[in-house]
Design a protein around this ligand. Structure first.
Ligand code: PLP
Length: 388
């Protein structure tokens, strides 16, 4: 791992994570507990370390999107309840039970299959019911027309043997968007959620854990708190509204200048010759490329931060290397550290240029990039996902 350290690495600032946790909890109020969304290796930040910090801080729950991700947390000693948000084949019920993993139930058909398996195995599977209030992905439909029949179906699900219904939730599709259309839609989704809770209560069914707020809702609708809230991207200090809320980016993707070269006018840089120097240029060669997760669409668009200013990317990003313009930055020399994304160089801006979202860029930071964890301003752990 030492060998890769002076190449490209991601610093994960656990103090920033703790700060964001406190800010977000303060926003939602004391009745609403924190469910840490650590799917996709905590959006590329490292689920095991992030979960440990969240557990220490007092989070109530963790959420992942596969049984394997949940098992990774359990193997690392995570004691918090873990919710599997996504699709799980009923054949994995044994693993759910063994890992004390809570499963989302998105339809009566899925509930029957889980119930049958849990009964066969002699266990009780803890479940959260998923409501489709307008995302059209998974869940019991909650439109006015479907409300009564879905409520009846959920009541039948709750009476199935082998299941322990603990929670109920829904997911917003445009809570992060400020247009009047999006606001109206989010209010409609919330209204459907509340209507279903009321319909179930009228039938004598109540859930201990009701939740709907993702990051967008935490930012724009803190009144949608209920028992838990599920902020993913904002807890990592990025995404829409993060800066306005005073949140701090947790990840800094860093690399070093591996070589510096003076090139003559007319030099064309990298594959495809998409950049051509009109005068002499001083070029830095960085040991980072799209195989590290640096999106190739950022070729000729993004920049890296140095303490003396920004260095624009020249030409196409290669698999393992990227060239940057150091002509105006004579202080930068071989060995200088640069920030690809992070507190000085927001991944939100890079995402906009790449016509994607910050989520995709941090999730893309690949397994050959070591994660260096920092706490109280000091390195406290490192992880490399490559097999040694
Ligand atoms: C991923 C996910 C979240 C977190 O979303 P963010 O936009 O990152 O806050 C919350 N709930 C569900 C069901 C999810 O799949």
């Amino acid at each position: 791992m030492e060998s890769t350290l002076r190449r490209t690495w991601a610093e994960i600032d656990l103090d920033a994570m703790a700060h964001n946790y406190k800010v977000l909890c303060g926003r939602m109020g004391a009745q609403t507990q924190f469910l840490g969304v650590v799917k996709a290796d905590a959006y590329g930040h490292g689920a095991v370390q992030i979960s440990r910090v969240l557990e220490e801080l007092g989070a109530a729950y963790l959420a992942v999107s596969s049984v394997d991700e949940a098992r990774e947390l359990r193997s690392a000693g995570a004691a918090l309840p873990v919710l599997q948000l996504g699709l799980t084949p009923a054949e994995q019920t044994e693993q759910l039970l063994a890992g004390h993993i809570t499963q989302t139930v998105w339809s009566e058909r899925a509930a029957l299959a889980f119930s049958r398996e849990a009964e066969r195995l002699g266990g009780r599977l803890r479940v959260h019911i998923k409501l489709d209030t307008g995302m059209s992905r998974l869940g019991f439909l909650c439109t006015e027309e479907e409300l009564a029949s879905s409520a009846e179906a959920i009541c039948r699900v709750c009476a199935l043997p082998g299941l322990e219904p603990e929670g109920i939730f829904t997911h917003f599709s445009v809570s992060d968007e400020g247009s009047s259309d999006s606001r109206a839609y989010t209010l409609l989704q919330h209204q459907r959620f509340q209507a279903m809770l009321d319909a179930l209560e009228a039938r004598g069914v109540r859930f201990a854990l009701r939740h709907c707020a993702n990051s967008g809702a935490a930012a724009n609708y803190p009144q949608f708190g209920y028992d838990l809230f599920r902020p993913g991207i904002l807890s990592y200090g990025i995404g829409d509204g993060a800066a306005e809320l005073g949140l701090r980016p947790v990840m800094a993707l860093k690399t070093v200048v591996g070589e510096v070269r003076d090139l003559p006018p007319g030099a064309s840089v990298s594959y495809g010759r998409t950049y051509r120097a009109s005068s002499s240029i001083r070029v830095g060669v960085l040991p980072i490329g799209y195989a590290d997760g640096l999106h190739r669409t950022l070729s000729n668009r993004w920049r890296v931060w140095t303490p003396w200013g920004f260095a624009p990317i020249l030409g196409r990003i290669c698999m393992d290397m990227t060239m940057v313009d150091l002509t105006a930055l004579p202080q930068v020399t071989p060995g200088s550290e640069v920030e690809v994304y992070g507190p000085h160089n927001s991944v939100n801006d890079a995402a906009r240029l790449a016509q994607t979202i910050s989520y995709e860029l941090t999730c893309a930071v690949s397994k050959r990039v070591p994660r260096i964890y920092r706490r109280n301003g000091r390195e406290c752990a490192r992880e490399l996902l490559l097999r040694e």
